[in-house]
Ligand binder design. Structure first.
Ligand code: HMG
Length: 444
């Protein structure tokens, strides 16, 4: 079987930032610690007036193609995952290809283009599709570009407002990749749910508290399904990148995952002296008593040195980028992977041939768990990214500017404001065309 996976990655943040413990908490008259400690968020990225899901996707893809020395003929597939699309028919990938064709010789005429939708998990589904396309030998030697791109806005005043974010991740999917190979086994947990949805509306209808429960249930089912195919152990994985709507969500999911993969291993035996064995359902007369015992065990587990060491090693490093940019929906789990690899490079951690356990999630609702193996080219690849530069250079919004920018990107409003940053060497939104299409140009 061929080794297929992510050969290269690029990151594009919206160029504006909202400071959550500073600007947001002050206006909401809340304790800044609710954001930094509770949700685990410091800032959200927002697009400037000339940015949107297409510009962020095209700018990430251009940097990817330039860096890898690619021409349009090298690409046989462009897939975009988004839940912020502005057209029910014409996919964002056609706009992205149109942008790129403005700056490269050649075109994407013979590249298969599409758009995937399943809330945040669509990014991972698009990677799966591209991997399968190559594994099935349909690619004629060409690679695929998979882009996740979102402007994750909530209605003003919605409980999700603090978790907003905007940006894109472009991934080159190829044979014998430099970054990670994607292992074929995958666990799925999928149930028809109405925790978060956008029925023909831009901003989500969301039941925030319930969405967190649904996230945990589907992740558990996906893990159980994965474990029918692959034996797991907490120490098998260098990092465990999860879908991260906000880091506090992952903090809740992590002990449940650990408990699950430690069950029946020597880790459970060793912990037994300190906190007892994990409760088993057959030992309880009713479900409520079992749940209560599980909660008690999990609370004790998170206090153990063994768990805390594992969390600091395998989970905490996946949360850094997310805590600085907010929820990028379809990109979120890909930011978590990137965050971990960036941390490993900065801390001299050798990851060659180490494994990642990747937990993707999309409301509505579905989780997917799969394994990845880090490839020897990972460090050179990660060294070429400019994540910190982009984040440091973001324009810091005042509250009044945030309100205006939210309106600029609200499809129901027609607000015209001057951009807060100056575009340079990038694709920009340039108004509407005759058929109501959005138009883009490249600014030198
Ligand atoms: P909220 O009411 O703003 O916040 O809603 P809260 O009052 O629940 O506080 C949040 C946490 O901060 C709590 O921690 C507080 O205790 C803590 P917890 O008790 O849960 O561990 N806190 C503090 N900590 C320290 N010092 C303080 C302090 N004050 C409070 N002073 C909620 C939070 C998540 C509901 C809201 O942000 C929301 O609705 N978000 C949108 C939905 C969401 O993100 N759901 C996550 C799972 S669903 C998912 O991931 C899918 C999604 O990405 C969409 C897709 O798939 O497309 C959203």
């Amino acid at each position: 079987m061929k080794d297929v996976g992510i050969d290269a990655v690029e990151f594009r943040s919206g160029k504006l930032k909202l400071d959550l413990p500073g600007t947001f908490a002050e206006v909401k008259d809340e304790d800044p610690a609710k954001y930094t400690k509770g949700l685990g968020l410091h800032a959200s990225s927002f697009p400037d007036a000339y940015e949107d899901i297409v510009t962020m996707a095209a700018n990430a893809s251009k940097r990817l193609m330039d860096r890898k020395g690619l021409e349009p003929d090298d690409i046989g597939r462009i897939d975009v995952a988004t839940e912020s699309a502005f057209d029910h028919s014409k996919p964002v990938s056609t706009y992205v290809a149109g942008c790129l064709e403005q700056v490269y010789d050649g075109d994407f005429r013979h590249a298969n283009k599409g758009e995937r939708k399943f809330a945040c998990i669509a990014g991972t589904q698009s990677v799966d599709d591209a991997v399968n396309w190559i594994a099935a030998d349909k690619n004629r030697g060409r690679a695929a570009i998979v882009i996740s791109t979102d402007t994750a806005l909530y209605e003003r005043g919605d409980s999700g407002e603090a978790t907003q974010g905007a940006g894109a991740v472009a991934m080159l999917i190829d044979e014998d990749p430099d970054l990670v190979t994607i292992e074929p086994e995958q666990g799925i947990g999928s149930v028809d749910e109405t925790d978060f949805l956008k029925p023909n509306q831009q901003f989500p209808s969301v039941d925030g508290k319930r969405s967190m429960q649904v996230y945990l249930m589907r992740m558990r089912e996906a893990l159980e399904d994965y474990e029918t195919q692959v034996e797991t152990h907490p120490d098998d994985f260098a990092f465990i990148p999860f879908h991260t709507p906000f880091p506090g969500m992952v903090r809740k999911a992590a002990p449940l995952g650990y408990r699950h993969v430690a069950r029946g291993t020597e880790v459970e035996d060793e912990l037994a002296e300190e906190i007892g064995r994990q409760p088993r359902p057959e030992a309880f007369d009713d479900d409520e008593a079992y749940r209560e015992a599980l909660k008690e065990y999990t609370d004790k587990l998170t206090e153990t040195e063994r768990y805390q060491e594992w969390y600091s090693r395998a989970i905490e490093p996946t949360l850094d980028i997310s805590s600085r940019v907010g929820n990028w929906y379809t990109s979120s789990v890909h930011l978590a992977r990137l965050s971990a690899l960036k941390h490993a490079r900065e801390n001299g951690i050798d990851l060659d041939h180490e494994r990642l356990l990747v937990g993707s999630y999309g409301s509505g609702a579905q989780a997917e768990i799969h394994g990845e193996t880090v490839q020897p080219g990972w460090e050179d690849e990660i060294a070429q990214l400019n994540v910190d530069d982009q984040l440091v250079e973001r324009y810091d919004l005042s509250w009044e500017e945030y309100e205006q920018i939210h309106d600029v990107h609200n499809h129901e409003e027609s607000v015209d404001v001057d951009p807060l940053t100056a575009p340079e060497k990038e694709f920009v939104f340039d108004g509407w065309g005759r058929m109501g299409e959005r138009k883009y140009t490249y600014v030198e």
